[in-house]
Design a protein around this ligand. Sequence first.
Ligand SMILES: [Zn+2]
Length: 96
Amino acid sequence: MKNREFMEYLERKELEKGVEALEKKALEDKLMEMPELEDADPEKVNKYTRASKYDGKAIYCPKCNTLNRVYHFTWSAITCGGCKGMVDKTDWNLTK
Ligand SMILES: [Zn+2]
């Protein structure tokens, strides 16, 4: 008798664990579906930013907001076509 009770107790525990896992999964799925929050700050170029070889990538000068188009990011700073200022790679703004 005692043994059976213990087995039932274990089964119940297993069930609870299963439910917990399901709820956690559902919560994770929900989080994945949530759209990314738009932040007010423009996104900056970082070391993971890549440009299309054919279309390039539009980046905006942080000083004068002029659109510059680059076809690769193998540079650490470039001159803005608008203000002719030298701008570091990670200072350039990306379009959303
Ligand atoms: Zn500029």
